[in-house]
Ligand binder design. Structure first.
Ligand code: C5P
Length: 420
């Protein structure tokens, strides 16, 4: 499990000269949060928009700004070890898996389309065989110019990828297409292109967030789950190299990046999605807060206000975990039990009834374990009666603990092949 962290994913971030260059700082932050090592290469004009010092400090590596570093004795980058001299444009991309160019100007795109290499970034792209993802940023007319469009088409035809620019207010005061895609969108697409770090690991299916059960077209029954715990599990599994799919209901936080995502807003929709996906995912971690009830017959029109003693018939939702436990064929299943004021015995009973290998019990009324918070204090219950009380830690750390227990379970001979 640790090998992915010892050999982090490596991405080159190429920055060309657009006002959107300041967003490169956020792109680096998001990559590093996803445990991706970033080496920055800047064109001379990019350096007029943002200082190499800023991007170098954020990435933790010297920035390549000089094609002639070997001649001038300037620093160049070799992954993991900074040295003097060498051929910067060849070296930095050699051990990376992907070059992301954000922002990519019309000029830079044009140069790459025509094989021009007259500064470090275009030179590196020409000299490299790794995949390249461009995030264009320019004035609408530059973007729509037939020359730019022809260049983009030519590059797509050669296998280069693009995150299309968005429509919005541009720095030149105009409105139109040309605004660089948001950093989250760029990093999401980059991580998806990289794919899982260790595709040979069993695929993990994680649920997160809350379901919303409609009462009428505008109202619903739900709960306070933010989605953070499930997101932390999906991110931790991604960072360890697992292939991950996230099934989520309503959430209050930005969705994790670089992960296959399926939205399922109601318990019934979530059950359908999981029935299908569970067949191809040997690990299921059910962190979603599924509403226990739904309206028997949701009203087609908005229920009028002021009704005295309004009664709505509720029907119990199917228990998704319990249903899936029946044909779980060797799958490892982790459930969450939210109990206020103790409740170990209740959590244990749930674990048995729902056929879980591991039950994560938490109490949202305890300090540090609140809905939407970044920390949690949990008790891990094992199918064989084992019980582990973990100290207060971040949700990401809790996720790592859960995944470590799953790895042990996956190799435990006593449990292997026992399930029907
Ligand atoms: O019974 P309780 O709601 O406390 O059980 C919590 C666990 O069961 C969680 O893992 C939750 O995702 C799952 N669950 C489910 N289907 C439901 C309700 C809860 O799978 N209808």
């Amino acid at each position: 499990m640790e090998s992915t962290e010892r050999n982090p994913r490596r991405v080159v971030l190429g920055v060309s000269g657009s006002i959107a260059a300041y967003k490169a700082a956020e792109i680096i932050r998001l990559f590093r949060k996803a445990r991706v090592d970033v080496h920055v290469v800047m064109t001379p004009s990019a350096q007029r928009f943002i200082a190499p010092l800023t991007l170098g400090t954020l990435s933790g590596h010297p920035v390549t700004v000089d094609m002639f570093a070997a001649e001038t004795g300037g620093a160049y980058m070799e992954w993991g070890r900074e040295e003097k001299g060498g051929i910067a444009h060849i070296q930095a991309s050699r051990e990376s898996e992907l070059i992301v160019v954000a922002p990519a100007t019309g000029n830079l795109i044009g140069k790459v389309a025509h094989g021009i290499a007259d500064e470090p970034l275009s030179t590196m792209i020409l000299a490299s065989s790794v995949r390249v993802l461009f995030a264009p940023a320019m004035n609408t007319r530059m973007w729509e110019n037939p020359a730019t469009q022809a260049n983009v088409r030519a590059l797509i035809g050669r296998g280069y990828r693009f995150v299309d620019p968005e429509e919005g207010d541009l720095a030149c005061g105009e409105f139109g297409r040309g605004k660089m895609a948001e950093p989250r969108e760029i990093v999401d697409q980059a991580l998806r292109l990289l794919g899982p770090g260790r595709p040979e690991l069993p695929a993990v299916l994680v649920t997160a967030g809350r379901t919303e059960e409609a009462l009428d077209p505008v109202r619903y029954v739900s709960n306070r789950s933010s989605g953070k715990m499930g997101f932390a599990i999906a991110e931790a599994a991604r960072d360890l190299g697992y292939p991950v799919t996230l099934v989520h209901g309503a959430v209050s936080e930005p969705l994790p990046l670089g992960i296959e995502r399926v939205e399922a807003r109601t318990a019934l929709a979530m059950m359908q999605a999981l029935k299908k996906l569970s067949k191809s995912h040997p690990i299921l971690i059910m962190a979603a807060a599924v509403a226990d009830y739904r309206a028997e017959k949701p009203s087609k029109s908005k229920i009028a206000s002021g009704k005295k003693g309004l009664a709505i018939d509720l029907a119990p939702n199917p228990d998704i975990l319990e249903g899936l436990a029946r044909d779980r064929a060797g799958r490892i299943t982790v459930g969450f039990a939210l109990e206020t004021g103790g409740g170990l015995a209740r959590a244990r009973e749930k674990m048995r009834r729902k056929g879980c290998d591991l039950m994560v019990m938490n109490d949202p009324t305890r300090p540090g374990s609140a809905f939407g918070g970044d920390t949690n204090e949990v008790v891990l219950l094992r199918y064989d009666g084992g019980e582990e009380r973990l100290p207060l830690m971040t949700k990401y750390e809790v996720a790592r603990e859960i995944l470590a227990r799953i790895e042990l379970l996956a190799t435990a001979p006593a449990r292997k092949g026992k399930k029907k």
